[in-house]
Design a protein around this ligand. Structure first.
Ligand code: HEC
Ligand code: HEC
Length: 312
């Protein structure tokens, strides 16, 4: 390698990978199997997956609004509270890992976790498979799409194909990025500039404006949370209070915020970020501009969810 090549890699290529400076629009199309997604859609809304047959995925992930919940902790089986704030399932397919602590690698791996989670559906996969096999319509539909019929693998596959369909492109900000400079207000444009200049973008970047790396919560001020995040998985001291950086897509619809749902307004969430993550308080007008920018990130819900309403 010639000296000029070292120079290029060190000062041009590496920084552009390490330091994101621009956001990218959400792709219009996402690849999934429609027939399997339709089966996944039925399963998603069906309380048959829970032990007491009262809780469906939809109970906590309301697809008619934000793909999440409106309380700090969703209520699962027997009135039990979930351990973390419910993230939206919209665009989760673009996250590099699933869950706040990133313990699942993808939607397929993730799909079985809530079924067995004692605070969510409180069931066993064994029982769910028995119940599904006792249901003539499920037997028929699974057999039609999967050689093995109803199995642990086909169940998680159908749920994850539906999950993949849940993307929300065409937000005002996407139109702005594609060249329509009047798609968002001048205040929101200023907010995007501040988002870049202050370094929010160093953690919240990529298609999901988040969801593609881990970071510590509480860099300039200690976190008050009892949750240790990635530390629970890796047992490494440097992973204490490290979480998957959440996506900011549709964020104005997904209050309350943070892994514990402790922050109720978007203003407070942004304020907290500038104090805890950037060590630099913000002026009111800067705060309002960033919030105006974040409000432009609401996308279009996919047609597959049109007839779905939360069951609670
Ligand atoms: C009782 C409420 C509840 C139910 C029922 C529930 N979820 Fe969730 N969901 C949550 C909570 C809470 C989290 C975050 C848990 C964590 O990070 O450990 C979550 C996380 C997720 C995520 C990860 C999103 C991300 O960005 O990390 C996906 C995907 C998801 N759920 C899909 C499902 C599916 C599919 C079902 C049904 C099989 C389901 N959920 C049932 C509450 C629920
Ligand atoms: C060093 C990395 C880092 C920086 C810089 C950063 N964030 Fe965050 N952000 C995170 C992490 C990690 C969380 C999750 C914290 C938690 O749940 O405890 C988060 C959470 C959020 C949330 C709440 C989202 C939700 O769904 O709960 C918002 C809003 C947010 N950030 C906006 C911003 C803004 C605006 C800036 C710039 C002023 C910023 N962030 C800077 C890492 C960062």
């Amino acid at each position: 390698m010639r000296y000029s090549h070292y120079f290029l890699v060190l000062f041009v290529v590496l920084p552009s990978i390490l330091v994101a400076t621009e956001l990218v629009p959400m792709p219009l199309k996402v690849i999934y199997d429609d027939a399997k997604a339709q089966l996944g859609k039925k399963l998603f809304a069906d309380p048959i997956l829970s032990k007491n047959k009262k809780i469906s995925c939809l109970s906590c992930h309301d697809l008619s609004s934000n793909g999440a919940d409106t309380v700090a902790y969703s209520i699962g089986i027997h009135g039990r509270k979930a351990r973390f704030n419910t993230p939206t399932i919209y665009n989760a397919t673009y996250n590099f890992r699933q869950f706040w602590d990133g313990r699942s690698r993808n939607l397929k791996e993730q799909a079985l976790d809530p079924i067995e989670n004692p605070n969510e559906m409180g069931n066993s996969i064994k029982q769910v498979l028995l119940d599904l096999k006792a249901n003539a319509e499920y037997v028929k539909r699974f057999k039609h799409l999967y050689d093995e019929g109803i199995s642990k693998d086909s169940l998680s596959d159908a749920l994850s194909e539906f999950g993949k369909a849940l993307t929300t492109p065409n937000s005002d900000f996407d139109y702005y990025l594609q060249g329509d400079k009047s798609a968002i207000s001048t205040q929101a444009i200023e907010g995007y500039r501040l988002f870049q200049e202050r370094g929010c973008i160093s953690c919240h970047n990529g298609i999901n404006i988040g969801g593609n790396l881990y970071n510590k919560f509480g860099i300039y001020e200690e976190s008050q949370s009892k949750e240790l995040g990635r530390y629970e998985i890796t047992q490494k001291v440097e992973d204490k209070f490290v979480f998957k950086v959440p996506s900011l897509r549709n964020v104005s619809l997904t209050a309350p915020y943070m892994h514990d749902g402790s922050v109720t307004s978007l203003e407070d969430a942004v304020n907290m970020m500038s104090k805890y993550q950037l060590g630099r308080p913000m002026k009111d007008e800067e705060l309002h501009a960033i919030v105006a920018f974040l409000q432009t990130l609401v996308g279009e819900r996919p047609s597959i969810v049109k007839d779905m309403n939360a069951s609670h």
